[in-house]
Design a protein around this ligand. Sequence first.
Ligand code: AMP
Length: 216
Amino acid sequence: MKKNIILMGPPGAGKGTLAKQLKNYYNLVHISTGDMFRDAIKAGTELGKLAKGYIDHGDLVPDEVTIGIVKERLSQKDCEGGFLLDGFPRTLPQAEALSLLTKEINRPIDTVVNLDCDEKELVRRISGRRVCKTCGAPYHIDTMKPKVDGVCDLCGGPLYQRADDNEEALKVRLSHYVNQTKPLLDYYEKAGLLRNFNSLRGSEQVFDEVKEFLEK
Ligand code: AMP
């Protein structure tokens, strides 16, 4: 079973949703750099203060900061049984640092699961996305509505729209994706680790396809 996994794909492709499904099913550690930054912002830490300006504009947080927090998290004991990297790496220096780190701690990446999605659908998904403030569960105002308006089905927490889920920040995020992150697909293809999935098929079907692939 492949258990050390990188999830890749543009913003809105469904990495977070897939990560939550896989985490619950296989009991893997979910490492989302975006969530780590948002938690730090909520807690008002130095990291949060530094990250906020970048995130609100859709820009990438500097590599040395991002690499630092992933190094610390991935080295912890609970990642021994497998992990899902969601939103990392996003740049070549991050991918290179990750290769070195996974060698150092002897937790090699087993596979890179890439979610393909066209741009029109990404914009639709992101502009209607809502997230639970308490547990992070994802919703959509048209296609994944909660039972009670504005309230999380899972924990009762309030739903909100991420500050960077607006048209302007999304444009910036997509351009960073195309220029800096998409080239990593080549990097992982050459390493023989890349596997593509069509995220337009819907989250349940993608989950089933990925499960089958991981267990092969
Ligand atoms: P996400 O939740 O993955 O969409 O990430 C939200 C934001 O956090 C991104 O738009 C970036 O500003 C920042 N971020 C998350 N992961 C990274 C990363 N690997 N490198 C740089 N910035 C990141």
